[in-house]
Ligand binder design. Structure first.
Ligand code: 5GP
Length: 187
């Protein structure tokens, strides 16, 4: 059996990665979405085991020690990590696994999974992104400030990725992602 692939989606907070991913998975249910572990508090409506595995810092640190993540990072004061076993199993079975992670984790994966296809989602402009982050208003002012600072660092690293896609129109951005992922040259 042909081994599967790893697809990594990165981009600053508020760029619309979550929405794009949801649309992508609706159209391509064969893609396996990795559920990350995080020490962040659940937001309203988030379900443990569906959106994230919500764990304590102690549990997270233990998972790190036991090598249970293929990558992990600290972001805006919390830990986030991709559980190793589910992703490796899916790839072994020939499936395509997709991760939605931040910059440091994506950098790590370039070393540990060099064959991964890494896609960076850009906002139409930084001003627009700031607007979106503030409008979302699900986070405290402090968390918003941290996310804005991280967003600028992340955007500056977009060129490190295999491909950059600007999300100025959801449908168009989705088509660009699809043609990148399913391009014959990527097989
Ligand atoms: P949020 O708190 O808004 O759900 O996520 C904050 C950031 O963490 C987002 O950029 C998201 O892509 C990233 N993230 C989510 N899961 C992981 C993970 O497993 N590893 C890494 N490195 N980043 C993650």
């Amino acid at each position: 059996m042909q081994a599967g692939r790893l697809i990594v989606l990165t981009g600053p907070s508020g760029v619309g990665k979550g929405t794009l991913l949801k649309m992508l998975l609706q159209r391509h249910p064969e893609l396996y979405l990795s559920i990350s572990a995080t020490t962040r508090q659940p937001r309203h409506g988030e379900v443990n085991g569906k959106h994230y595995h919500f764990v304590s810092r102690q549990e997270f640190e233990q998972m790190v020690t036991q090598g249970e993540f293929i990558e992990w990072a600290q972001y805006a004061g919390n830990y986030y990590g991709t559980p190793r076993s589910a992703v490796e199993q899916q790839i072994k079975q020939g499936h395509w696994a997709i991760l939605e992670i931040e910059l440091q984790g994506a950098r790590l994966l370039k070393k540990t999974f060099p064959a991964a296809l890494r896609i960076f989602i850009l906002p139409p402009s930084v001003a627009e992104l700031e607007d979106r982050i503030r409008r979302r208003a699900q986070d405290s002012n402090e968390a918003i400030a941290k996310r804005l600072a991280s967003a600028k660092t992340e955007i500056a690293a977009a060129d490190e990725f295999d491909i950059q896609i600007v999300n100025d129109d959801l449908e168009k951005a989705l088509k660009d992602i699809e043609s990148t992922i399913f391009a014959p040259t990527n097989y």
